[in-house]
Design a protein around this ligand. Structure first.
Ligand code: CR1
Length: 810
């Protein structure tokens, strides 16, 4: 990629506007400028993209395909500019042309093709794969509607459709000629061939075309451009279509509409499954197009027999959502390529690797046998056979495990159990943080671990430091480069050199100034969005993530209510001003989560306008939390709230992003918080609350008594009574479900149990903050150690530990 100068860019933007739109730069809107710019960047990317594909073909290297129902890529203009080495010049050029760069970049709508951590992880992994020159591609769905847009109206979450394709999307290339035919339903016929083997034919199937849209995944200044291939469902028209009668025409329209529905919208559930037939259709649509595409590319590129597929291809499945890829691969190999069962099974189980992302039992996917059988008859037959062989194998070869068969069978209780299918069909099973993998091995997947311990391994999550530090926080990134030079950008672990400077006062002041400037920028943004003035000198205490009971936004807001009560009792209270910042979407059907959003907003509306509080306390709920908003909030965070009920948060990745931006973690010993703690220790983060062991122990013994705490802790009683008596709502009954969930359902996520230690830890936070030098030392220590959480490191581990993949250097 040839770097443009700022002047060269100005000329090129001007030329494009004139030629493509007939506009002068004075007439052009920020949107016009955005499209001109995107076209220029795309033009830069194209040749490198083509070259990368050729290189893959020539070198015949092994490829990884990352299959995921979600890729939360957010906005691409800035990261593409950064990775093409054009961000600096572009910013300069835009300013000289009289535009605000952020306004121009802000024209791109986020591609919100994911819910939360799982989808964002997939996006970070793609960035690292390309930046490290690995041949690795994403395969997903091109939803016409991404995750809903959240509005807060009278404190309530209201969901609006996210039609992100309203304006043309400049990064995608439609590849109609590579479309693939997908079959649903129909009849399966079995024939005996002359050699005695069986042959399967399908008739009367519903046919759907899967049309790929390719998005380039640009590596960081290395000329590698991999592909994110997103599939779109379209009607299938046979070549010699009959002339349509009027009646049929209308019927056809309806039919077409139902086909387009398959890739119509992203299911808005995070960590819980959606047991709908349409969702199952989406899953099969993804895996069938992906697997057929992989086989086609393998044949085109390698000229090897299919028995050698595992030497050249590995498929990583992101949670169980794409686990139908396993029977689909069996189907393609047997029915399409004439392999026998054993040969096909040998290939399949050497190609698939499975990542688990949650132990929440309510999140384990199952599908009713009847639904699977009618929607995917051939796939169901294959799953049935996989199950038979698996159970028999245990029965005959692992007698000591016979009793466990009902717990391990893929088909049991009228349901197809997807995690079991994924484990059985994969050569690798990994969790996403050390504690999470241990819990899988010891509890959730214990039987399978006993059966095949060698499959299980840990791969702690990571985040791309390019987007989350270099791009989102240029002030800090520039400062780091000024201090330790630029090598950390390619080798993020070198951030550790910052440790040499933790006693250098003048230098720490510069870190402080960068944070302060980021806080001012966020304060300005908050003011513009909400009309509320927040004090940039207050502590920015941030909790941004999906809303879920186990993430315990409720504990956070209880702390806020407690502070408010204290201030009401004693308006002179000596405290450092605090700004609590929340961002969270709730699944539209998750009633309690929505009630918690309402509570946060209700508390905000009381606290923010109470004169007694003065400027000591502000509560900000930023609506429609998404990737772009995260990029604004994270650089300004002082405190990173990671307060899940221990054992529940598989890893978390927001914790890593905020650490990398110099926030101190206030958290439980859960997920990757534990690994942050390994690195920075008690002195550099604030750990509180029950451990995972203690939590699991309570669960085994029926919990603890929430009522007892209610009766003995006045602060807790006061807060809960305020909820029940309607002090925070217009109607008396407003928050009764929260109240009863804690007191009648015995507080399943230990909010009251961890309340006291959480309060105490907040006091420690406040004391620590008063010593600004020591706070800065801790902050810089966190940045220094955060390199280990670069997704580059994680991807290296996947590449060597699971995929056996080589970097393709020039
Ligand atoms: C987990 O809850 C983890 C991400 C990415 C989520 C979170 O702790 O960081 O995955 N799990 O691994 C999930 O979305 C469906 O499960």
């Amino acid at each position: 990629m040839q770097p443009y100068t700022a002047d060269g860019l100005k000329d090129e933007i001007t030329r494009r506007l004139r030629v493509d739109e007939g506009l002068s730069t004075h007439e052009a809107s920020p949107k016009d400028i955005y499209y001109a710019l995107a076209a220029i960047v795309h033009g830069e990317i194209m040749p490198a993209w083509k070259k990368t594909q050729q290189k893959h073909k020539e070198k015949k290297a092994k490829q990884v395909y990352y299959l995921s129902m979600e890729f939360l890529i957010g906005s691409l203009i800035k990261s593409n500019l950064l990775n093409c080495g054009m961000l600096g010049q572009t910013t300069e050029a835009l300013k000289e042309m009289g535009f605000y760069p952020e306004e121009v970049f802000g024209q791109e709508q986020d591609a919100a093709l994911g819910n939360g951590g799982l989808g964002r992880l997939a996006a970070c992994f793609l960035d690292s794969l390309s930046s490290l020159d690995y041949p690795g591609h994403g395969s997903g769905i091109r939803y016409r509607y991404g995750l809903f847009e959240q509005r807060i109206i009278h404190g309530n979450q209201v969901e609006l459709p996210d039609y992100w394709l309203k304006d043309p999307y400049p990064w995608e290339n439609r590849k109609e000629e590579e479309a693939i035919l997908i079959h649903f339903r129909g009849d399966v016929h079995m024939f005996k061939k002359n050699d005695g083997s069986l042959e399967f034919k399908y008739e009367n199937t519903d046919k759907v075309m899967a049309v790929p849209y390719d998005i380039p995944v640009v590596g960081y200044q290395n000329s590698t451009v991999n592909t994110l291939r997103l599939w779109s469902a379209e009607p299938y028209f046979p070549l010699e279509g009959d002339a349509t009668q009027d009646e049929d025409f209308y019927h056809d329209l309806e039919h077409q509409h139902s086909i387009e529905q398959i890739t119509g919208f992203l299911y808005p559930d995070d960590s819980s499954p959606e047991g709908k037939e349409l969702r199952l259709k989406q899953q099969y649509f993804l895996v069938s197009s992906s697997v057929q595409n992989i086989i086609r590319q393998f044949k085109d590129n390698y000229q090897l027999p299919l028995s050698r597929l595992p030497e050249k291809v590995v498929i990583q499945i992101n949670d169980t959502h794409p686990s139908l890829g396993i029977p689909e691969m069996m189907r393609v190999l047997m029915d399409g390529e004439n392999l026998g069962w054993d040969a096909a099974w040998k290939v399949t189980t050497k190609v698939f690797a499975y990542t688990n992302h949650t132990t929440l039992s309510e999140a384990l996917e199952t599908w009713p046998v009847g639904m699977m059988e009618s929607l995917l008859p051939r796939i169901y037959m294959i799953i049935h056979e996989i199950n038979e062989r698996f159970c028999q194998d245990i029965w005959f070869n692992r007698e000591e495990m016979r009793d466990q068969i009902p717990r391990m069978a893929v088909i049991a209780d009228g349901q197809v159990h997807m995690a079991r299918l994924a484990i059985i069909g994969s050569f690798s099973v990994n969790g996403v943080a050390r504690i999470h993998t241990e819990i899988l091995k010891k509890q959730e997947m214990r039987d399978f671990y006993v059966l095949s311990p060698g499959k299980f391994n840990n791969k702690t999550n990571g985040i791309t430091h390019r987007r989350w530090l270099l791009q989102a926080n240029p002030r800090l990134a520039d400062l780091i480069t000024e201090v330790i030079g630029p090598n950390w950008i390619r080798r993020p672990k070198q951030l550790i050199s910052l440790m040499k400077y933790t006693r250098d006062r003048p230098l720490l002041e510069k870190f402080s100034a960068a944070k302060q400037a980021n806080k001012q920028a966020l304060a300005a943004f908050i003011h513009q969005r909400t009309g509320i003035a927040v004090d940039p000198n207050s502590i920015f205490d941030v909790q941004i993530k999906r809303l879920h009971e186990y993430k315990r936004q409720l504990l956070n807001i209880f702390h806020v209510i407690h502070l408010y009560n204290e201030l009401k009792d004693n308006p002179q209270l000596d405290m450092i001003p605090r700004t609590f910042i929340f961002g969270a979407k709730a699944a539209p059907s998750y009633h309690l989560a929505k009630e918690i959003i309402k509570l946060i907003n209700t508390v905000a509306s009381i606290v923010n306008y109470d004169k007694d509080v003065k400027d000591k306390l502000k509560v900000i709920f930023l609506e429609n939390y998404n990737v772009s908003l995260a990029e604004k909030i994270i650089p300004a965070a002082d405190i990173s709230e990671q307060i899940s009920t221990a054992s529940k948060e598989a890893s978390g990745t927001g914790n890593m992003k905020m650490m990398m931006n110099g926030a101190l973690t206030l958290g439980t010993m859960d997920g990757a918080n534990i690994e942050i703690h390994d690195l920075v220790g008690d002195e550099n983060m604030f750990i509180f609350g029950l451990t995972a062991e203690q939590v699991m122990d309570y669960y085994r013994h029926g919990g603890y008594s929430a009522t007892e705490i209610y009766n003995t802790d006045d602060r807790v009683k006061r807060i809960l009574d305020q909820l029940k008596l309607g002090e925070f709502g217009s109607q008396e009954i407003e928050f009764k479900d929260i109240y009863y969930n804690i007191l009648s359902h015995n507080d399943p996520y230990f909010v009251l149990k961890d309340f006291e230690p959480y309060m105490e830890t907040h006091e420690i936070v406040e004391r620590t903050y008063r010593d600004s030098f020591s706070w800065l030392q801790k902050s810089v220590t966190n940045i220094a150690y955060s390199g280990k959480f670069s997704s580059d490191h994680t991807i290296q581990q996947y590449a060597t530990g699971i995929w056996n993949l080589k970097q393709l250097k020039e």
